[in-house]
Design a binder for this molecule. Structure first.
Ligand code: GLY
Length: 394
């Protein structure tokens, strides 16, 4: 999703663009639920991410309008809002905190009592303690969005190469292209890396230049309901501490997500995760038990060390990063695409992504390397260094 967004926007800025992807849309872009949830998807410790999430959410209406025009297809952007249900009184106290936090930032939220929740969502379980309404957290059909981006890229003249990137081509300390699985080399003045969880798996970069992105497995389910819709807004909550969300599409399908597992590059569906998702989704909306289970989908979220994306120049000339979008890839596609296209076309990143360049990890990594070097020294070396420091100070 991120790569195609960048390709489309870069092409619109007049650049010549080639996308290398053996199977476009087969990864997290396919498994995602398409929540556009700057607030309700925010986790503790991620406050800096909120501004970026909000900036991208604000871009969505215009981004969708332009994309639907360019691709000739709809993307299922629904301004449906989100309700975060409280399982019990402790959850309700947590939601009150979030409500206060949101209001302190001028964001609209509303606390709902048990009755108000039932009035808004008659299909919700009767025992829920209440809810927080996040009226500006919406959804898009990620699969439609992805296929619209593909069409728009083709319509605008982006070249698509359905093959894998195997190895970086370097000249001196500069990235100059990629060796491809089909045996050809592709050279370019600039390469944008946007391979999601697999971004560190192309051989040939010096170790410090490999982006720090790890896979976090996620499973989603697609359910189909018939008759009048069970839900008209996104409903999420924690059932006995286990997070679950239900995203109702306009066609009666409901996407249920998501597991979160540190399991390396294993993308096999896990029966226990399916069981837990169905159990918890049904605890929020009992009527889901009658739905048809259409699909189990598994992929890998690309997680960075601080859960925020890396957008901008890498440590190596010729290589830009658009990676590490973790749980917010669909939401952050417009802001990332415009930022990278702007960097390519104008040579500058917009202020809204300034806090999310890969450089934010350089100091800490260098410090860590320094600390390690200190740890690795002998007692005598440390004593000598201490003496030098004392003499310097003295
Ligand atoms: N954004 C939803 C998830 O990562 O599960």
């Amino acid at each position: 999703m991120i790569g195609l967004g960048v390709a489309w926007r870069a092409r619109l800025r007049g650049l010549t663009v080639t996308v290398v992807d053996p199977e476009p849309g087969s990864g997290a872009s396919w498994t995602a639920a398409g929540m556009l949830a700057p607030l309700s998807e925010l986790h503790y410790g991620e406050k800096p991410l909120l501004a970026l999430n909000m900036a991208s959410a604000r871009r969505y209406p215009a981004f969708v309008e332009e994309l639907e025009r360019s691709s000739g297809t709809e993307v299922g952007y629904l301004r449906c809002g989100t309700l975060v249900a409280a399982w019990d009184g402790a959850d309700m106290a947590g939601l009150r905190d979030i409500h206060g936090f949101a209001r302190s930032l001028g964001l609209e939220t509303e606390l709902l009592t048990r009755r108000q929740l039932r009035a808004r969502v008659p299909a919700s379980a009767s025992g829920l303690a209440g809810a927080l309404s996040a009226p500006d957290d919406h959804q898009v059909d990620n699969r439609l969005l992805h296929s619209a981006l593909l069409r728009a890229c083709v319509a605008e003249g982006v070249t698509l190469l359905p093959t894998a990137a195997r190895r970086w081509l370097l000249r001196g300390d500069r990235v100059v292209g990629l060796a491809l699985a089909d045996g050809t080399d592709l050279t370019a003045p600039v390469v944008v890396l946007a391979c999601g969880a697999w971004s560190g798996r192309i051989d040939g970069l010096p170790p410090g230049a490999v982006p720090a992105v790890r896979p976090v497995k996620g499973q989603t389910l697609r359910l189909r309901t018939v008759g009048s819709p069970l839900l008209t807004c996104v409903l999420r909550g924690s059932v006995r501490g286990c997070p679950v969300y239900l995203v109702p599409r306009a066609d009666g399908r409901i996407v249920v997500g998501a597991s979160s597992e540190e399991a390396g590059f294993d993308v096999r569906p896990r029966a226990g995760a399916v069981y837990e998702l169905l159990r918890d989704a049904q605890a929020l909306v009992p009527g889901l038990g009658e739905a048809e289970l259409e699909e189990v989908s598994t992929s890998l979220r690309p997680a960075s060390p601080d859960n925020a994306p890396l957008i901008g120049p890498s440590r190596i000339p010729g290589l830009l990063l658009a990676v590490g979008h973790y749980r917010n890839g669909v939401l952050l596609t417009p802001v990332t695409a415009d930022a990278i296209a702007g960097l390519l076309a104008d040579g500058a990143l917009p202020d809204e992504v300034a806090a999310f360049t890969p450089a934010r990890f350089d100091r800490t990594e260098d410090q860590a390397a320094g600390d390690q070097a200190v740890e690795g020294r002998t007692v005598e070396e440390k004593a000598a260094a201490d003496r030098t420091t004392r003499e310097d100070v003295g």
